[in-house]
Design a protein around this ligand. Structure first.
Ligand SMILES: *Cc1c(COP(=O)(O)O)cnc(C)c1O
Length: 403
């Protein structure tokens, strides 16, 4: 068992050994620039990039020529939303997104608002689901773009992508999805789901950090993205700059592995996740699960322990790596906007913890985590000086409910 136990796989993942092994030779042997078309070094680097492009495309039901490699999902999202909005400015100004999106989408939309676009943020229900009818009601002839995430990074809720995609294509609005948490974890098919633009990242699926993709649907009507950067014309001019060949190749291998193991892995991880939730809830009466009970990522659990502040719980179990709110916003004291959007009070958001399981999580680690969470929450709820041995804790836990 690895201590501390890593249960923060929605923040990032350990790189799979097979990915590292595929990347290494692309740094010390095949180190060419993929744009050097006049010699062997360049040809081999380019071949590695094109192989990765096929593998990444296959993971999301896309075509290789639809993949643009970027420096990660934040960058893909910026290129997609700003590029599409600025290109369609003459056709309309309305952009529809959801209250529970990642900051990469929300902050980009705020920037576009400052440029004169009108941003509608549709609400979600108590489970974090966007109702496609709310998107339909927000549609106007001037709606150019809709951005709804595939799966939420805090509560794991999976969106009805196909229904939203269908109504976007019906209304002639481009549909972008932030699939950073969903790619490699649940099946995605950009064409069947009517997705025009899809952003995702290697480091959330056992690949390296700093590399991602933007899938841009081919075919009619053609999608024009006004690029954010100029220079060199790489990646069809959408994302110029020398390609990160080792990172891209690693992303390709990570995609291929994810596609091959997805069904088996999601079964195993949802089993472990259910064991964690059952084990913790049994000992800590009053525990609540945030997010959708069924339409959720297999490896995510977001739990609310009434009366136990998440920061104190984490301090009391330093050998369990989990997260409160989203990792990206822990520097700010603001309660999670996602948990607020599903109707939690400010106090409840501060008492919620995110558990993110992953490929390397074992049953032994989950059982250890259950024990540590139990101890930590009971210690916080009872206050200082009232901490007793584990047996006393167990019997008291069943006798008194935690509020
Ligand atoms: C992690 C994450 C991002 C940002 O991805 P980077 O590759 O780290 O820029 C965007 N959206 C969601 C849903 C995420 O989980």
């Amino acid at each position: 068992m690895n201590i501390p136990v890593y249960l923060d796989n929605q923040a990032t993942t350990r790189v799979d050994r097979r990915v590292i092994d595929a990347m290494t030779p692309l740094m010390d042997e095949v180190y060419g620039n993929a744009s050097s078309t006049q010699h062997e070094f360049g040809w081999r680097a380019e071949a590695a990039v094109e192989q990765a492009r096929r593998r990444v495309a296959a993971l999301i039901g896309g075509l290789p020529e639809e993949i643009v490699f970027t420096g990660g999902a934040t960058e893909s999202i910026n290129i997609a939303l700003k590029g599409a909005a600025r290109g369609l400015r003459d056709r309309g100004r309305r952009i529809i997104t959801a209250a529970t999106e990642h900051r990469a989408v929300l902050d980009t939309c705020t920037r576009l608002e400052q440029e004169g676009f009108e941003v509608i943020r549709v609400p979600v229900d108590g489970h974090g689901v966007v109702d496609p009818e709310d998107v339909r009601r927000a549609m106007t002839p001037g709606t150019i773009l809709v951005s709804i995430m595939a799966a939420n990074n805090e509560i794991g809720t999976i969106a009805p992508l196909e229904a939203i995609g269908a109504l976007c294509s019906e209304h002639g609005a481009l549909f972008h999805t932030d699939a950073t948490q969903a790619a490699g974890k649940v099946p995605l098919d950009m064409h069947a789901m009517h997705i025009d633009l899809m952003s995702f990242s290697a480091h959330k699926m056992y690949g390296p950090k700093g590399v991602g993709a933007l899938a841009v649907r081919s075919g009619r009507p053609a999608i024009r993205l006004v690029p954010l950067f100029d220079g060199g014309g790489h990646e069809r001019g959408i994302r110029p700059g020398t390609l990160n060949v080792p990172g891209i190749a690693g992303f390709g291998v990570a995609s291929e592995i994810a596609a091959a193991v997805m069904a088996e892995e999601s079964g195993r991880l949802s089993g472990l996740r259910d064991r964690l939730v059952a084990g913790v809830s049994e000992a800590l009466e009053g525990t609540r699960v945030n997010g959708h009970p069924a339409h959720r990522l297999p490896h995510n659990a977001n739990l609310l322990f009434p009366g136990a502040r998440a920061d104190a719980v984490m301090m009391a179990m330093k050998d369990i790596a989990v997260s409160s709110g989203s990792a990206c916003s822990t520097a700010s004291p603001e309660p999670s906007h996602v948990l607020r959007a599903i109707g939690l009070t400010r106090e409840e958001t501060l008492c919620s913890l995110r558990f993110g399981l992953g490929r390397f999580t074992t049953g032994e680690e989950i059982d250890y985590a259950i024990g540590r969470v139990k101890e930590a929450v009971l210690k916080i709820v009872r206050g200082p000086g009232r901490h007793t041995g584990p047996n006393a804790e167990m019997s008291r836990a069943s006798a008194e409910s935690v509020h």
